[in-house]
Design a protein around this ligand. Structure first.
Ligand SMILES: Nc1ncnc2c1ncn2[C@@H]1O[C@H](COP(=O)(O)OP(=O)(O)OP(=O)(O)O)[C@@H](O)[C@H]1O
Length: 247
């Protein structure tokens, strides 16, 4: 794909003798939300870490903006939310946001504006002055997501951003992700929540370290003759258990 903003070419990743990613190839165009879905241990976080240059491959390459990763200079163009929260517990949420805004090179009035906006998106406005040590798990996830949204990133890589977040707020967060997409941002999001897979532009289905399907939710449903992405996923998983021995 000519206009790919993120690309993986023939990526093989092993941990010891275990092959975790088995010849993964895919291109993500700008201005799309891609949902990375697959069962626990399928290799989703490993894909993300390779794209960010945090893990090395045994074969193949990941490129972002046409440059082979790892590339430190590109990192401030990517908003990343990891699966584990990296927060300063003894600081307040606002202080955490100020710290990360500063790290991303945003300061002054612009930082204040962004902090208020991202806090509102994740409904933490009234808890900004509380210490993070007193936050619940879900509040910490929300704060991590708010931090990932700070700055002027063009790409957002979000590993399970809505875990522990209730359905109403999840909807609000997805509406913000769509808004970001409509402004030309590119988002790669992993999720276990299958109804969220209906909200992305393209679904990349990972099973046993392989990219099994990569298409729009509508095309996948038509191809597999199912009415939900969840049913497509179950069908594909079932077919693969019968036919393929992977690893
Ligand atoms: N640092 C590591 N050392 C050894 N094995 C690892 C390491 N990181 C991941 N793995 C293994 O690689 C496989 C894929 O892990 P990964 O975290 O990418 O899966 P995932 O699809 O993100 O799972 P989940 O949905 O549970 O987060 C798993 O079998 C895991 O045990």
């Amino acid at each position: 794909m000519g206009n790919a903003i993120i690309s993986m070419k023939n990526v093989v990743k092993k941990f010891g003798k275990e092959t975790v990613l088995n010849h993964i190839d895919f291109d993500i165009p700008q201005g799309k939300i891609i949902g990375l879905i697959g069962p626990s241990g399928a290799g989703k976080s490993t894909i993300i870490k390779i794209i960010l240059g945090m893990e090395k491959t045994q074969q193949g390459t990941a490129t972002v903006f046409g440059k082979i990763m790892p590339n430190r200079q590109l990192l401030n163009r990517i908003g990343y939310m990891a699966q584990t929260d990296a927060l300063y517990e003894s600081l307040t949420a606002k202080e955490n946001l100020q710290f990360y805004a500063d790290m991303k090179g945003v300061s002054g009035q612009k930082a204040n504006r962004q902090i208020l906006h991202v806090a509102e998106v994740v409904e933490l406005t009234n808890d900004l002055n509380k210490r993070v040590s007193g936050y619940s798990g879900g509040m910490k996830r929300r704060l991590s997501l708010a931090i990932a949204m700070l700055g002027d990133s063009e790409i957002f890589i979000l590993d399970e951003p809505t875990v522990g977040i209730d359905p109403a707020l999840r909807r609000q967060i997805w509406s913000e992700l769509h808004k970001m997409r409509d402004e030309g941002k590119t988002l790669l999001v992993t999720t276990h929540v299958m109804d969220e897979a209906e909200l992305v532009d393209d679904v990349a289905l990972i099973l046993g370290g392989k990219l099994i399907a990569y298409d729009t939710p509508a095309n996948l449903k038509a191809e597999y003759n199912e009415d939900t992405v969840e049913n497509v996923f179950l069908k594909v998983e079932d077919e693969n258990e019968k036919n393929v021995v992977y690893r």
